[in-house]
Design a protein around this ligand. Sequence first.
Ligand code: GLY
Ligand code: MN
Length: 425
Amino acid sequence: MARTKTVRRTARTQKPGALGSEAPPTIDAREFAQRRDRVLKALDGSVGLVLAGDADPNLHHPFQAHAHFHYLTGMSDEPGAALLLDPRNPNPARRVQLFLRPLNPEREKWDGFRHEIGSELRERAGIATIFRSNMLSMQLLDAARRARALSLLMPLATHTSPVSGDLEIFRRVCERVPGCGIVDRSQLLATMRARKSDAEVACIEHAGRITGLGFHVAMATLRPGMNEFDLQRNVEEAYREGGARDLAFRTIAGGGFNSTVLHYHANDQPLEAGELVCLDSGAKWCGYSADVTRTLPVSGRFDARQREIYELVLRAQEAAIRACRPGRRLHEIDEAGRDVIRKAGFVDAFPHGMGHHLGLETHDATPDEPVAEGAVITIEPGIYLPLERIGIRIEDDVLVTKRGPRVLTSHIPKSVSDIERLMRR
Ligand code: GLY
Ligand code: MN
């Protein structure tokens, strides 16, 4: 099976969506260059290496570059690529070096055209120095000799996972360069990624608008007797109509008992009159995810018990959203909402966390520090009562600002009355 493949920015691969007449947001080349400059400064003279990661050789999963690599290059289609950051290089044009796998005409017959190294590729990448990956060992040795300090930028691995790629390479470099040490700077990119730029917020907001198209269609088309899969299909078709090429994650569409299964994925059961369906889904735009949950009454109206629990979850969500302020820890935001559920006597029916950072990854990089201005986090409390076949989760995407939280997905109906009104139509 052929896959088209050229070096390009994700932004350039997007076609304008059917959402207003304005050009949809993208991340431009200058922003990627500014991100690399910030990393160069923060390295404090040490050397960093950011790895794209490898493709699944069996093509079972599409290649997805490591989000750190994507964040610094905008490139998401070059398996095996690496970015070397060498702030002490006497040649300013070589302080950032991109390494790409050699061309392979046999392979490219299958995977698609790739550019030779030259001005066109440099222009597309926005990086002045590009080598093939066989040059990495020499350039890294050179950089290590100069700096004598290598900084880990990739996330550290747990003791049960393979050692992270940069640490594995750096260990070998240090054996060959006397006096060279390894420094842990694995929080740096997580911290940077957790503070979204205006362009990143615009991309998440656009992903949220596309996601809204899907949820509006869901509310307009939901009927008893539909299959969970019909609901999933309607939602996802609306995303594609809106210009999204990818989902943020596999859509969860669970009716009745299945609404209580947190990461339910079968989506193959009929939706019964009088029951609820928990719809947790999101589109991607320009690499950035939205992540929204609404819990809907299959027949268009909540019964008294469903409404009681729904409004409790909504109050918990509102309390947690109010707590989304710069300087708060995630656990404090969690507690602000959980306390509402605890006081109502349902604490054991809320077994998961209140939310997570959102960005290039749906569960985005999470630095070990308080939530910063510019962070985008999901707020998604839930109450799950399997014996009553009631599972209710409500999730929105919230931008943390000094002036207070801004809910990026507030256009998606959420109150009992708004949902019922839309479903009546
Ligand atoms: N919305 C799915 C999740 O956050 O796991
Ligand atoms: Mn989520």
